[in-house]
Design a protein around this ligand. Structure first.
Ligand SMILES: Cc1cc2nc3c(=O)[nH]c(=O)nc-3n(C[C@H](O)[C@H](O)[C@H](O)COP(=O)(O)OP(=O)(O)OC[C@H]3O[C@@H](n4cnc5c(N)ncnc54)[C@H](O)[C@@H]3O)c2cc1C
Length: 250
């Protein structure tokens, strides 16, 4: 991870002060953010980026014990390294299962890129191995033509894509992912749980819905999630007084 990790130190040269603390509440009336360790911070403009949380409980059997061996590796860090180690330890001829949740989820092309990356590695190091993509969505949700062309031209026989295959349950011992149709066994299970706006969207409570409070993650995902959102209030981040969105052509 070291070679892709960047320090915040240079930000100081640009007048940016970085504080390492946990935001616990936002008071949009008083324009203050409460922090866990130091006193409240006042603000004129606030950008909130609480990222995503993972809803493991939406998949039967994906409990804390199972999470020790079935990884999502969808937040860069120790899990990314652990997934790499699992793939390196997998024997040639093994099966890697990548389960994609229903959209919206963080980084729509990410799972399909990862499938390519793993297939690339298999071709070099474990040519008898296979990637099975179990996608909860009907079809590839991002750049389908591009990914399908790559799978066909570069990874034929390595990547098997199955749409409409939502992970309903996992069994860490049997190493299976169950869909509505069958139980698929793999040597490495990489199951991405459904995702929602990070906890920060909840701790802001009702304040979240008031004017000029925005969250980049929420607003990006809100466009897709309406139908499956477990807590609709969490997603109502934009109000009439929010600044206009820049058009894609500008
Ligand atoms: C496999 C993968 C590949 C990707 N590839 C690309 C790519 O090629 N290009 C691209 O543009 N994007 C890519 N993405 C998406 C990109 O990583 C995310 O969109 C981006 O990291 C989101 O940034 P963020 O700041 O919203 O969230 P994060 O990067 O998750 O940062 C949120 C931060 O907020 C902190 N935090 C949360 N709650 C609190 C709190 N209460 N108080 C204080 N801090 C808090 C967290 O600790 C975290 O550090 C990829 C994502 C994945 C998973």
């Amino acid at each position: 991870m070291g070679d892709i990790t960047r320090s915040y130190a240079r930000l100081r040269d640009y007048g940016v002060q970085v504080i390492r603390d946990e935001a616990t509440a936002i008071d949009v009336e008083k324009k203050r953010v409460s922090l866990k360790r130091i006193e409240d911070l006042p603000y004129d403009r606030l950008v909130v980026s609480p990222a995503v949380d993972f809803m493991h409980d939406q998949i039967e059997g994906y409990n804390p014990e199972a999470q020790k061996t079935i990884l999502h590796a969808w937040k860069a860090g120790p899990e990314t390294v652990a997934l790499r180690q699992q793939l390196e330890a997998m024997p040639d001829g093994g099966v890697y299962i990548l389960s994609v949740p229903r959209a919206p989820y963080r980084c729509p092309p990410g799972p399909y890129e990862r499938a390519c990356q793993v297939a690339f590695y298999f071709k070099q190091a474990k040519p008898r191995s296979k990637v099975i993509v179990l996608d909860a969505n009907e079809d590839v949700v991002s750049k389908p033509a591009l990914f399908k062309a790559a799978w066909n031209e570069l990874y034929k026989g390595v990547i098997e894509y199955r749409g409409n295959s939502e992970a309903k349950a996992v069994d860490a011992r049997a190493k299976t992912v169950k869909t509505d149709f069958d139980a698929v066994r793999g040597d490495v299970l990489n199951v991405l749980p459904p995702m929602r706006a990070g906890a920060g969207a909840a701790w802001t409570g009702s304040a979240w819905n008031r004017p000029r409070t925005r969250a980049s993650t929420c607003s990006a995902m809100r466009r897709f999630r309406r139908r499956r959102c477990p807590s609709p209030a969490t997603w109502r981040t934009t109000t009439a007084s929010s600044p206009p969105r820049r058009s894609s052509s500008s």
